[in-house]
Design a protein around this ligand. Structure first.
Ligand SMILES: N=[N+]=NCCCCNC(=O)[C@@H]1[C@H]2[C@H](O)[C@@H](O)[C@H](O)[C@@H](CO)[C@@H]12
Length: 449
């Protein structure tokens, strides 16, 4: 592909999340989150790593914003730690928590960087988990109250909001697979939670429309979407694709864009799990609170075939020959093009932002002050090219936030996986831009490559 130039005003950014970078978990009145509890539970996180210190961004945010400015970022996606605002999840507000995010937003605006703020990136106040967490329908109201408070405090300067980050991961990885906080292995619980996450999303959108701060503001949701391909053209493998696509993608896309769950998956869940619990008015609330943009987190594709056991959900993942990242995820930029075209075709999505795309590679070694992460540079270049092709074919893609601005706490993998375009030495907390960051700086300056 020759030189490509992205549309004018395309937002080139980078993304992070509160629990993964902030540290300072006991500073300035922050309450405990489910990830504090989970990471301090022996055996849950590799090497016993926790987010206690992480990148200490809470105390180093001015330095970090200065580095973002030097890289020329147009946008920065971060999340607010609910437990910094409401240490108990509801009730008493923690002013020092609000002060931090106010200062961070002011630093970003001074640096000419547009903030896009995620309200929930997995760090639920533990006090709410103690009353059932997302399985407790009341938490959907506490989330809307927390959202309303953030719109009130930051809404004059923050004009792009994301309600949830990856509700599929929150529900299934945290409550069916047991790999993330709070660590349950109960599929019916996970299905019930998906409904409460979507309900809380709708209530937070409704709160935004009522906040009086939505003038020129946009609100959306970020979904981790995975295009699914069959291992063969057999009818069995097509059925496996249909289930996997419904389980991972359509279960969230359909309610958000069409106001109803996909029939095939809903029927299957009600039959097998007697879930979700949907009350009269729920689907109307979800249907009536439209989003202004869809955030897409894209990492890789899925290739599936019918599994050995019977049933609609009998799916076996296949791992084709090819290049894989340190997470075991296939490098497949074509999947980003196919995904964007599918969302455009099947959901007629309004504006779309890639709210996360990036990779963990072993190529992070500091040699003579340089981190030569050529693998990551090539990963990003190939995915930028796929995004460009989708824009050329009509997709309303308005921005791209690389995951991640800097190496950080990679959930159950702790600090063993590095996704940053900026290297973090966890002994000294020194930040060093990697080769990919210096290349990205030029891409942003030229609005292409
Ligand atoms: N079973 N299983 N699956 C595990 C999770 C699958 C998908 N993981 C993601 O999308 C997470 C997303 C997250 O927003 C960010 O906080 C994470 O740091 C990145 C990198 O991991 C990605």
């Amino acid at each position: 592909m020759g030189k490509i130039t992205f549309p004018k005003d395309f937002i080139w950014g980078a993304a992070t999340a509160s629990y993964q970078i902030e540290g300072a978990v006991n500073q300035d009145g922050r309450g405990e989150s489910i990830w504090d509890r989970f990471s301090h539970t022996p055996g849950k996180v590799l090497n016993g790593d926790t987010g206690d210190v992480a990148c200490d961004h809470y105390n180093r945010y001015k330095e970090d914003v200065q580095l973002m400015k030097e890289l020329g970022l147009k946008g920065y996606r971060f999340s607010v730690a609910w437990p910094r605002i409401y240490p108990q999840g509801k009730g008493q507000v923690n002013q020092k928590g609000l002060d931090f995010y106010n200062s961070l937003v002011d630093e970003l605006l001074k640096a000419g960087i547009e903030p896009i703020v995620t309200l929930y990136h997995w760090d639920l106040p533990q006090a709410l988990q103690d009353i059932g967490g997302w399985d407790n329908r009341d938490v959907t109201d506490y989330f809307a109250d927390y959202a309303f408070k953030m719109y009130d405090v930051l809404g004059d300067r923050v004009k792009k909001w994301i309600t949830h980050n990856e509700p599929w991961v929150v529900a299934f990885v945290g409550n069916a697979f047991g790999e993330h906080a709070p660590g349950y292995k109960d599929f019916a619980l996970a299905v019930r939670i998906t409904h409460h996450l979507l309900l809380s999303h709708a209530k937070a959108v409704q709160a935004y429309r009522q906040s009086g701060n939505d003038d020129g503001g946009q609100i959306g949701i970020t979904l981790n979407l995975t295009p699914v391909y069959p291992d063969s053209d057999s009818p069995e493998d097509s059925e496996a694709v249909q289930f996997q696509d419904g389980f991972q993608n359509r279960w969230f896309l359909d309610p958000v864009f069409k106001g109803a769950y996909p029939e095939d998956i809903l029927e299957f869940y009600q039959e097998k799990y007697n879930a979700p619990v949907i009350r009269p008015g729920d689907m109307e609330l979800i249907a009536d609170n439209h989003i202004d943009f869809l955030g897409i987190n894209y990492y890789t594709r899925a290739v599936v075939k019918k599994g050995r056991e019977s049933g609609f959900d009998s799916v076996e993942h296949v791992h084709p020959e090819g290049k894989y990242t340190e997470m075991g995820w296939e490098v497949y930029p074509e999947g980003l093009y196919d995904l964007l075209m599918r969302i455009h075709r099947d959901y007629n999505a309004p504006n779309i932002y890639i709210t996360e795309n990036g990779a963990a590679f072993k190529d992070d070694k500091v040699v003579d002050g340089i981190v030569d992460d050529q693998d990551r540079l090539e990963y990003l270049k190939s995915h930028f090219e796929a995004a460009y092709r989708a824009i050329q074919d009509g997709v309303n893609l308005k921005g791209y936030y690389v995951w991640s601005f800097m190496d950080n706490f990679e959930w159950a993998y702790g600090y063993s996986k590095r996704f940053g375009i900026v290297y973090v030495d966890y002994e000294t907390l020194k930040r060093t831009p990697k080769k990919s960051a210096l290349w990205y700086r030029d891409v942003i300056a030229d609005n292409g490559f």
